[in-house]
Design a protein around this ligand. Structure first.
Ligand code: SF4
Length: 374
């Protein structure tokens, strides 16, 4: 058990919610736990994969990705030796690719330092790449029943309402306070179930945006927010600073039934993934032709494509696009020419380019049909 948690247990803060809370919550969980594939066999590896995938992503979206990744990489050793292209392809569409890159780094460390056996304590897990307090707490409690909290956005919302606390849940102080509250309530014999019960309560009953189902909530009698009639005002979340806007022009360049791709740099946003050639700014037809010439693409005409946008956590891309059929190309090592099949099964294109990927697949599909019929 970590030093931090020992201190919390030795100095418990007064707890208005009380011991009956865990009993009521677990009784509800025993009857209403969500049926999720990683709960069938809660091995540390499966719990870890699910928890990483669930960050920023809804459960119903995660399930098919989880099954696909577990099929392809059934254990930590398989993940450690994964081919990057195959791994990213499994993740395609989930976004936040740093998650999967960190998973592979952590898997390599688990194999090299721990002989492929998952470290079984919160503190050791916390030292691995991609493990923050939440992920370490979730894996340690669910897979090893260690009495540690796993406080994510759902739990922050539930506890700010339970205690009618108007502190901004985005502050580290509020998160620490809620971790202490969770520890003070957590029954050591069922730590993993307790954390999962809180997750399920937040995901299915104590819903955000004015949709809390207090009338069917198993812990309503403990809830100050409900008793004071202020549930719709909680949690308090400070306004985020506006996203940085960036503009791009994306080129779908077709040459001999293939489309041009290039690899993004190994660091920064969408590192090491594939993209259609693009440049900063919104170009008009003439500038687009000049840019293509610089890329070594000989063409006489570009067709404008619909605009698209993609929202990242801190950045928003506004994109316009052009389709062109190259008459000839200059040798360019950074340019790869992909078939429709390769785009579907090999190259990982981030969802930021989804609108243009669809155009490329449609154009390549028609080109293939024409050449087959011809
Ligand atoms: Fe959330 Fe309402 Fe239950 Fe309180 S009573 S925990 S606000 S659902």
């Amino acid at each position: 058990m970590s030093e931090y948690i020992l201190k919390s247990l030795l100095n418990p803060e007064s707890c208005d919610v009380g011991v009956g809370f865990a009993v009521a919550l677990l009784a509800w969980y025993d009857l209403n736990a969500r049926n999720l594939p990683w709960r069938d066999q809660p091995s540390p590896y499966r719990v870890w994969v699910s928890e990483i995938m669930l960050q920023q992503t809804r459960v119903d979206t995660v399930i098919p990705y989880f099954n696909r990744l577990i099929d392809a990489f059934p254990d930590v050793a398989a993940l450690a030796s994964a081919n990057d292209e195959q791994l990213y392809k499994c993740w395609e569409g989930l976004g936040y690719y740093s998650r999967v890159r960190n998973m592979k780094k952590a898997a390599i460390i688990i194999c090299e330092r721990y002989g492929g056996i998952f470290p079984n304590s919160y503190d050791r897990l916390l030292s691995l790449p991609g493990f923050g307090a939440y992920t370490a707490g979730a894996v340690a409690s669910i897979a090893f029943n260690e009495a540690v909290p796993a406080v994510d956005g759902n739990v922050l919302r539930v506890f700010s309402r339970l205690y009618a606390d108007r502190t901004d849940i985005g502050t580290p102080a509020m998160k620490r306070a809620i971790e202490k509250q969770v520890i003070s309530l957590l029954p050591p014999a069922r730590a993993g179930d307790f954390n999962q019960a809180l997750m399920d309560l937040g995901a299915t009953v104590c819903l955000p945006n004015g949709n809390a189902l207090c009338e069917i909530c198993p812990v309503q009698s403990f809830c100050k927010g409900s008793q004071e009639g202020i549930v719709s005002e909680l949690p308090v979340i400070a306004a985020k600073s506006p996203r940085k806007m960036e503009t791009k022009t994306v080129f779908i360049i077709i040459y001999k039934d293939r489309v041009a791709l290039r690899k993004r740099s190994a660091s920064g946003l969408l590192a090491s993934l594939w993209e259609f050639p693009n440049c900063d700014g919104i170009l008009d037809n003439e500038d687009a032709l000049n840019m293509l010439a610089k890329l070594g693409i000989h063409t006489k005409k570009v067709e404008p494509l619909p605009c698209a946008k993609h929202v990242f956590t801190h950045i928003e891309w506004k994109m316009n696009g052009f389709l062109t059929y190259a008459q000839s190309i200059c040798a360019n090592e950074s340019m790869h020419w992909a078939s429709a099949d390769e785009i579907r099964h090999y190259y990982t294109l981030p969802s930021a380019f989804r609108a243009y990927t669809d155009v490329a697949l449609k154009v390549l599909g028609s080109a293939n049909e024409t050449s087959t019929q011809g």
